[in-house]
Design a protein around this ligand. Structure first.
Ligand SMILES: Cc1cc2nc3c(=O)[nH]c(=O)nc-3n(C[C@H](O)[C@H](O)[C@H](O)COP(=O)(O)OP(=O)(O)OC[C@H]3O[C@@H](n4cnc5c(N)ncnc54)[C@H](O)[C@@H]3O)c2cc1C
Length: 490
């Protein structure tokens, strides 16, 4: 039988592995719930809940085509071996996955198993990401060509191999901590299509001007990120639908043109950052510039206050509490949370990055670890921006509505002092913690410490290397595709 292994490509439209199944050939669509994956420190209950909803929608779409989804629980190499014993797999088909370090290691184990069994495993590129890219110089042109090609239609019908699924493992049985998220987005392709449609016809008009403030961004941004993360919608579908809308609105002067241009740019950034992790998987674990290794502390008290939204810095706490309750935050506020953690609180980027990974329903390792490092100033190539959370509060929440909503303890504080309640005469009576740091002094210290690192011996030489790697001439560092033979011909 052909086995289509679904990973983070949970759809039937624009799905190359599914489209590659010859007409009439028996096919088993498989999803493997891997306990080892869910035991990783970047996994969370909200990811698990969103996945379940997305898989339900996928099963429905596959079932209507004659091939219900089979869900197995276990480690992928073992699950595949068991299925192969039961009914030989003549071809294993999947997308290439640029996930975290664990999925990379798992893919190597699956490749070894497939080779040993003589099972051909054919992997198809995901979006614009190129495996074993030799030079970044032509990457953009290749990505553009992928985006221009027509999305693959869903197969009209499939000849399903019907095998019983295992019972769905609940979050607790996978060792996941309770993770209440009452405002979490719901999964499933239907939801993704609704969001795309409402964004392109209505919500997206003010995207460019409204994306920076957390209250307006929640509606004006597309909110497609968790759907892209699990692949219920492809970037190509979004790029083409946006391009069609851009053509229809050509010449309009009502904000749409700028907004849709910005949106297209972000869809391209997504592929750019995932390509970066594909090329440099180490950035999930190590600072891009080694001078920053071990520079910061992992002070549990400060980290816990930050992670719970209890720092006594109102706008920081409001953003964190909103994220915990909804699973989403706009770009600028994600950047500010990371900047405050890494600079004012002088916390290590890896542990704080893991907390955000668990809280983001849309956790996408390729975007996440690059952004975490950029906003923490560990890349050696980007200018470090230290966000002032008091100023951000004034600029991005001028009425204070967002801050008051998530920090109700501050109800009595006058508007003018909302972002600095410690300056209010009644501060001692507030059921709210005093500020964990002096914002100006902590920023000054961080700037001085980082400045000292940048003036250190050899810093510039390595920074120049990081820039070269980024601009990507020929690569020397190990890459995901190196040392393994995954794309075997059918
Ligand atoms: C510290 C930090 C961590 C982040 N971690 C993630 C993550 O784990 N997953 C994730 O999807 N995004 C991440 N982002 C990027 C960005 O904040 C989110 O993609 C965006 O807020 C998601 O909301 P949206 O779908 O409404 O985005 P929109 O603004 O509508 O953008 C559309 C799509 O473009 C892509 N995109 C948007 N901004 C960026 C960007 N800066 N870089 C790359 N791609 C982008 C996303 O796929 C997004 O869904 C992170 C940003 C920061 C600063």
């Amino acid at each position: 039988m052909h086995l289509v292994w679904f990973k983070r490509d949970l759809r039937v439209v624009d799905h190359a592995p599914l489209a590659a199944v010859p007409a009439g050939a028996p096919v088993l669509p498989l999803y493997v719930v891997e306990p080892g994956f869910w035991a990783q420190p970047d996994a969370s209950g909200r990811h698990h809940a969103f996945l379940r909803e997305t898989l339900d929608a996928l099963d429905d779409a596959l079932r209507r085509r004659g091939a219900p989804l089979c869900i197995k629980v276990g480690e992928a190499p073992q699950v595949l071996a068991d299925l192969h014993r039961h009914r030989p797999i003549t071809a294993l088909l999947s997308h290439e996955e640029t996930g975290n370090g664990w999925t990379y290691a798992r893919d190597r184990a699956v490749a070894a198993w497939a080779r040993a069994q003589g099972v051909p495993w054919r992997e198809f590129p995901a979006s614009g990401v190129v495996r074993r890219l030799d030079s970044r110089d032509r990457w953009q042109a290749r990505r553009d060509a992928v985006m221009r090609a027509d999305p693959l239609p869903a197969p009209a019908s499939l000849t399903g191999v019907v095998l019983p699924s295992d019972p769905w493992p609940d979050a607790a049985s996978l060792g996941l901590a309770p993770d209440p998220c009452p405002g979490r987005q719901n999964g499933g392709r239907g939801r993704a299509l609704e969001l795309l449609d409402s964004f392109l016809t209505d919500r997206g008009q003010s995207y460019r001007s409204a994306m920076s403030a957390p209250l307006s961004a929640a509606d004006a941004c597309s909110r497609l990120s968790p759907h892209f993360a699990l692949g219920s919608l492809t970037i190509r579908e979004a790029v083409q639908a946006t391009a069609a809308r851009q053509r229809a609105l050509r010449g309009s002067r009502d904000g749409w043109a700028g907004s849709l241009k910005s949106f297209q740019a972000r869809l391209a950034w997504r592929d750019h950052f995932i390509q970066k992790l594909e090329d440099q998987p180490a950035i999930e674990f190590h600072p891009m510039h080694s001078a920053y290794a071990g520079l910061r502390d992992d002070a549990p008290t400060r980290r816990t206050a930050w992670a719970r939204g209890d720092t006594g810095l109102p706008f920081v706490d409001a953003c964190m509490r909103s994220l915990i309750a909804t699973g989403w935050l706009n770009f600028r506020m994600r950047a500010m949370l990371m900047s405050v953690a890494a600079c004012h609180l002088w916390l290590d980027w890896r542990e704080t990055g893991l907390h955000l990974a668990r809280m983001f329903t849309d956790y996408e390792p390729g975007i996440h670890w690059s952004q975490v490092q950029m906003q923490s100033g560990t890349t050696g190539m980007n200018t470090l921006r230290i966000y002032n959370p008091i100023k951000q509060g004034h600029d991005q929440d001028p009425t204070g509505a967002f801050t008051r909503r998530w920090c109700p303890e501050l109800a009595a504080v006058p508007d003018a002092l909302l972002q600095e309640p410690w300056r209010w005469e009644g501060a001692a009576r507030l059921p709210y913690p005093p500020p964990i740091v002096d914002v100006a002094e902590a920023a000054r210290q961080a700037r001085a410490r980082i400045g000292a690192v940048r003036r250190g011996d050899g810093f510039r030489d390595e920074a120049a290397q990081v820039v070269r790697k980024h601009a990507s001439r020929k690569r020397r560092s190990p890459r995901r595709g190196d040392g393994r033979q995954l794309s075997l011909d059918l």
